[in-house]
Design a protein around this ligand. Sequence first.
Ligand code: MN
Ligand code: MN
Length: 470
Amino acid sequence: MADSKAKTTKKNDRKNDKKIAWLKYNAKQLKEVEALSQEYIDFISDCKTERECVDEIVAQAKKLGYKDLATVKKVKAGDKLYAVNKGKALALFVVGTKPLEAGMKILGAHIDSPRLDIKQNPLYEDTDLALMETHYYGGIKKYQWVATPMAIHGVICKKDGTNVKVVIGEDPKDPVVGISDLLIHLAQDQMDKKASKVIEGEDLNVLVGSIPLKDEEKEAVKKNVLKLIADRYKVDEDDFMSAELEVVPAGRARSYGLDASMVMGYGQDDRICAFTSAKALFNCTAPDRTAVCILVDKEEIGSVGATGMTSVFFENMVAELMDKLGDYSELKVRRALQNSHMLSSDVNAAFDPNYPSVMEKKNCSYLGRGMAFSKFTGSRGKSGSNDANPEFIAKLRAALDKYNIYYQMAELGKVDQGGGGTIAYIMAKYNMEVIDSGVALHNMHAPWEVSSKADIYEAEKGYEAFLKEI
Ligand code: MN
Ligand code: MN
């Protein structure tokens, strides 16, 4: 008797941030979880570059009545707008009834993911094989990217001003490409190397062909590959100089686990937060303060460049929007930014029973326990992190609890085990309230990352609650 009572108490006393989301769903919600996950699986299967993400989300936005901010003259409350930055970053707005000066409710995430970028002089031939040089993008364990089917996505920009979109290796009829690994039989020296040296960056060369072009003496295989590319895309070798081609894992994302409770797919960092943030904004109508979703590029290499979060693009778009609302001043733009609240989303490291030593169990995230919030990220004593204000966290807890959203407060692993950065600190410099939020993953930055379908659902609902309540 005492025992069972103790058990019940223990179960009910489970801390709010350690509840398993699967246990709260009714049959209808379970269907919603699956439907949203299938939509997400399609999104990350079709959108493997920042450009593809922007194109898809803009297409969805247009269907919902969003207009290009650059083309509208006047804006009023209730209007839905989008602004694209160089095809690789995006801001979506649902204009609120309150003046912009009152601040915005901002959902932010990044749509670039680790991958191998094809170099500007890529093609060469060695021993009758044609290969392409790559330079990896973002933090990767290089040994994970060999001996696996890869696709090439991107654009080739020609001198005549036309941009050719490239996708090779996704259609089941398409060939794939890849990087070879050394056979175990001859790997005695390789197997003694440190993991960081087993496969080195300069050796990530993609094998793309082995048939020589007839009647050619020099580099006949390379010439044959060039001919194939020219036939399919009407470009020549020099056009690689002005190309942005990304080598990514080929094939679709899919359900994972015998109970199909999870998703395995490429680029979930951070398209899982981008997808759910955009979805939540699409479900937001007539907000009091303007609701925003910003999806940026270059997070994986420090948020630099014109399309990264450190660019003034977003600030400029806020100024444009205010101008078109007929209420522009420099001071009001500053107030609009300062009075804003933001969920800066990025993925978190879910506890993995295979690697328990890097986690502190009370303060890490878990698959299936809902959205993950980090008061801070960073490394070596929080260095480089935004440290969210507890007053804002308390407001958020109230908003999430009101809608029974499950969430967890989580640090990325143990103290001094490593760490990571996000875009949160960049937006915090406007003096707005920002917290790191997101979804927990296994296999982060590996070619195939793993998420929980329950967390995708909780995140989307959580973002909606934020847009309603903050
Ligand atoms: Mn990320
Ligand atoms: Mn990352």
